[in-house]
Design a binder for this molecule. Structure first.
Ligand code: SF4
Length: 380
């Protein structure tokens, strides 16, 4: 199961080194695919430059202009997102597909509820709901690829409405599965008997809290059902938070699939599980002697870059600190005007609040056994 996010700034040559560093940090957090909007040929040159300097698979997101897609494939680009129906004539589609075959580049078809073809949009509400319309639009795009025998394809169908998102992905999975459609299905015949990889997400999900809640509500049931091959949590927030949110949603889906059984239980749940940190933190109340909110803000990105299976507890006071978080590999908690650092319930350091971050970092290095590992990731 692949986590992806999308670069949120314009592509520019102004800070390539900074971009490379940030891409590497995203990779260390668990991001495995990074998509870029490529609105023109100048942006394609920047993306090409980046793609030669990072090991992260980079995806070019292109609308309308097939020449941008052709130029991007001159570089080691991992995937193109372009809809054949938007490119223009068949000869332009053929040019893109010929080069994609030559370079071994997959193409993602991305269908959004807000930009359905007009004829499909007009039939919504007239015997067809929006989820069925999304599937029809995706099938139409796939049919164009089918004409040329191109099968190296990924599909996404996104809506901001949760029910539409869930239903569309379930319908599409059924339509491209080896199982026949139910006799009651009103969809067009499946374009292919083979399952098509799905990229899943909720579009325009909202700012951090809203977006995580809504994305989780739609994606957990799909993932727990075994649907989805790549995931993005689209937030009006940072790329790093999108990656953290995706990791947590995958973890929640793994737990749910184990509870509920079904196709994703067992080996399916294992595909959703990720190595890395588990963070538990208290909400903070009037008893707190340590600012858990500020500490979380400072440390979340760094903690999620650890490649150790480790549980970290961030607690506000000693009332529920080491005791309640006894199972944590390492924890930090307030205690009056002091800060305690504990490991497996045992207090190992007592420091002032100004010393807390440094002391925690030192103990974290001990807990993860090896300074080299942390230093290698430029976390110190
Ligand atoms: Fe309040 Fe302490 Fe519990 Fe945090 S750990 S919520 S500060 S009682």
């Amino acid at each position: 199961m692949v986590i992806q996010t999308m670069w949120k700034d314009r592509l520019s040559f102004s800070d390539i080194d900074g971009a490379v560093k940030r891409i590497e940090e995203l990779m260390s957090m668990g991001c495995a695919v990074l998509r870029f909007a490529v609105p023109d040929l100048a942006a394609a040159e920047v993306l090409g430059c980046l793609s030669r300097q990072v090991s992260m698979p980079l995806v070019a997101d292109i609308h309308f202009d097939y020449k941008i897609a052709l130029r991007c494939m001159d570089f080691p680009i991992a995937k193109i997102r372009i809809n054949p129906g938007n490119i223009g004539g068949k000869e332009k589609v053929k040019a893109v597909l010929d080069k994609a075959v030559e370079k071994g580049v997959p193409i993602r078809i991305g269908v959004n509820a807000g930009s359905l073809p007009q004829d499909i949009r007009e039939r919504v509400g007239q015997g067809r709901d929006r989820a069925e319309a999304l599937v029809e639009a995706a099938e139409r795009e796939l049919a164009v690829f089918d004409e040329f025998g191109f099968t190296n394809v990924v599909v996404s169908m996104k809506a901001s409405n949760l029910a539409d998102t869930i239903k569309a992905n379930r319908l599409f999975t059924k339509a491209t599965d080896t199982e026949p459609l139910s006799p009651k299905a009103t969809l067009p015949p499946p374009h292919s008997p083979l399952p098509v990889p799905l990229h899943i997400g909720v579009t325009e999900a909202g700012p951090l809290i809203t977006g995580v809640a809504r994305s989780g509500a739609a994606l957990v049931p799909l993932l727990a059902q075994g649907i989805g091959d790549t995931i993005r949590v689209s937030l009006s927030d940072s790329m790093e938070n999108e990656v953290i949110a995706a990791r947590e949603i995958l973890g929640a889906a793994a737990e749910m699939s184990e509870v509920g059984g079904g196709p994703a239980a067992g080996a399916g749940a294992a595909r959703l599980k990720r190595d890395g940190v588990t963070v538990i933190s208290c909400p903070r109340c009037g008893r707190h002697g340590f600012d858990t909110h500020g500490f979380c803000e400072r440390w979340m990105t760094r903690l999620y870059a650890l490649d150790k299976n480790i549980t970290v507890a961030i607690m506000g006071c000693e009332v529920n600190g080491p005791g309640e978080a006894r199972h944590a590999d390492i924890g930090i908690t307030g205690a009056g005007d002091k800060v305690l650092i504990f490991r497996r319930g045992e207090i190992v350091r007592t420091v002032t609040s100004t010393e807390a971050d440094t002391a925690f970092e030192e103990e974290l290095i001990q807990a993860t056994r090896g300074k080299e590992q942390l230093a290698r990731r430029d976390l110190i």
